[in-house]
Design a binder for this molecule. Structure first.
Ligand code: SF4
Ligand code: SF4
Length: 330
């Protein structure tokens, strides 16, 4: 800092480096100007873009700079929207589908923080609100007490360990009535497959004690507990149906490894990809319109399956009323 006249600190969000540099300068008796937030458009908010940084540098150092004219995009063709989506073969899609088939659109759906939050989007549309980690359980309790509607709360396995358990303790203690679906994909998928207390760490050759979600839930006093494999749609729907009739707290633990995690840890059970038999397909598109698996697409107005994306989970085959979706033979 001795060798410069002034300093501009360019950092997003909080002025951590700016504050530290100012403190360091003060301790060393330096009086050079040090600025960051408040110069040009540099603020605590949002990501910085090159234009903002150029403008701030020009303003602070007195450099002549003309903001370039915006690029003329008028001739650019409109790009198709690409909303985020659960991966091809994601077990959460199957769980959401099963719950939606049984509860319809009447239930209040509380959702939580994880990749499964993508269930908020159509055609699944299984989130009326998302508040913060663990809140699907506690807010689900509140809604079940305040309304006469059925309430279904969704939470991932790692979020359940993080902050869902306390809400369930409260629900048992207060005799609440709602259904909690724990989407157990065996990892912390959204942030990069970190372990949590329910993960089997043996495949990663790490010796940690695994806590069973089922034992934990039963230990908290929940009587109506169902463990399902979501790729088996019929059985999953039977379990969901049983929760509709239960007068109390039901917990469904929907267990299937995240396919990406399974592949990364050598646990993936390879299955043949599926295809649509054009002779059987009646083109009513239940498969695409109800599931929206990204391995499916339309070509010449016909449903096709991208064999490179399809992991062979078979869920679309169970949804097709014409049995037109079949595993490839080769
Ligand atoms: S649900 Fe079956 S029959 Fe209908 S469009 Fe899809 S593949 Fe074809
Ligand atoms: S079997 Fe069907 S639902 Fe499963 S990944 Fe393939 S296309 Fe998607």
């Amino acid at each position: 800092m001795n060798s410069v006249e002034k300093i501009l600190v360019v950092e997003e969000l909080e002025p951590v480096n700016e504050t530290a540099l100012k403190a360091m300068a003060q301790e060393n008796g330096l009086t050079l100007p040090i600025r960051g937030k408040g110069v040009g458009e540099l603020s605590r908010l949002y990501e910085y873009d090159p234009g903002m940084v150029r403008g701030a540098i020009a303003e602070y150092f007195g450099i002549e700079y003309a903001v370039p004219e915006p690029v003329d995009m008028s001739g650019t063709p409109e790009l198709p929207g690409r909303p985020p989506n659960l991966c091809a073969g994601c077990p959460h899609r199957a769980t959401y589908f099963a719950v939606k088939q049984v509860y319809g659109t009447e239930a209040i759906c509380a959702n939580d923080i994880g990749c499964y939050t993508l269930g908020v989007l159509p055609p699944l549309s299984m989130a009326d609100f998302v508040i913060c980690m663990g809140a699907s359980v506690s807010s689900g309790c509140g809604f079940s007490r305040a309304t006469n509607q059925k309430v279904v709360s969704f939470i991932g396995d790692s979020t359940f360990f993080h902050s869902g358990i306390t809400g369930l303790v409260n629900a048992v203690h207060n005799n609440h009535k709602f259904t909690l679906v724990i989407l157990d994909n065996g990892t912390t998928a959204m942030t990069g497959h970190q372990p949590h207390p329910g993960v089997d760490t043996d495949p990663m050759r790490v010796d940690l004690t695994r806590i069973s979600i089922e034992d934990l839930v039963r230990g908290l006093g929940v009587k109506d507990v169902h463990v399902v494999r979501p790729y088996k749609l019929k059985k999953t729907m039977e379990a969901v149906r049983a929760t509709m009739e239960y007068d109390g707290i039901s917990v469904i633990i929907s267990q299937e490894l995240c396919p990406l995690f399974a592949k990364a840890t050598g646990q993936f059970r390879k299955s043949k990809p599926f295809y649509v038999n054009p002779d059987k397909c009646r083109d009513h598109r239940d498969c695409i319109n109800l599931l929206a698996c990204p391995a499916m697409y339309l070509e010449d107005e016909k449903v096709k399956i991208d064999r490179n994306l399809c992991i062979g989970c078979s869920v679309c085959a169970q949804v097709c009323p014409e049995n037109a979706i079949l595993p490839r033979k080769e």
